[in-house]
Design a protein around this ligand. Sequence first.
Ligand code: MG
Length: 337
Amino acid sequence: FDSTVVAVETDAGITGYAECCPLGSAYLPAYAKGVRAGLEEIGPKLIGMDPTALLPLNAHMDAVLRGHPYVKAPIDIACWDILGKVANLPVTTLLGGLAQPDVKLYRAISQEDANVMAQKIAGYRAEGYTKFQLKVGGDPNDDIVRIRACREILEPTDILVCDANTGWTMADAARVVNAVADLDVYIEQPCMTYEESVSVRARTSLPFVLDENIDGVSMLQRGLAEDAFDVINLKISKVGGLTKAKQMRDLCVANHIPMTIEDTWGGDIVTATIAALAQTTPEKFCFSATDFNSYGTVDIADGAPKRVNGRMKASTAPGLGITPKWDVLGEPVGVIG
Ligand code: MG
């Protein structure tokens, strides 16, 4: 996927970095060229602001550009990196301090033949993963076979999430949740809308995750009030950056709701950002997280977390603790200011 690395330069000689990588153009209302177009639109309106004053910065971004949270996310995150460098503290300290010694990761398995998916899960399990996210949301007959085949090869302590990524109709989802009702699995985002998904939740006793519909604090509050989920998937760029993700993380912890803490996609800098938010979340509420840099083939920064035995740790260096590899990234595609 096309990923954008953002560098925010300051008149103090400190530069902050961030990365935003939408999952193509058909997953969320976001696309890779939209990140760059949005930065061209909003960037000139931010010149001269104090990057360490994150709440005024976010309020200003929301005032000058309606919506487009994924455009604002890398600016906000780069400013957290700046704040950490100014304070000489890791972003983990700024986010509340380390709440767990490391972060347990999940591995996603793309939709394929049920046996192929089960074999891949067995391979990832051997690498140390204990949490798996099965991509379903296709033909419900195939999905039922996939879920059964994959659960069968796991140990009782392993976690299996069946993520439909909005792909089922309510009828499809009802068939699947009934057919796997005897299994120890989670169901994630069965249908396109919040209302359809909540209807499916009412029909199943399986633990239930919402992702795509929980795109900000308002939908989180609505879901909490309406008992719409047991777990949410908190994607940092989906909600507009670390400032807003922290707000939602803290609201979830206060309401005893665990989270999968991750992003849409990305490389080393996205992974470093996820690690910081996830490791500052108590283990009980950090359902899982993602090390996207182990899915990709190109290292774009030094200092990023590297998975060890299905886990990762955030950097202890100031800021996010990463340094972009300019020899890999090349010349900037755009400069604002
Ligand atoms: Mg999901």
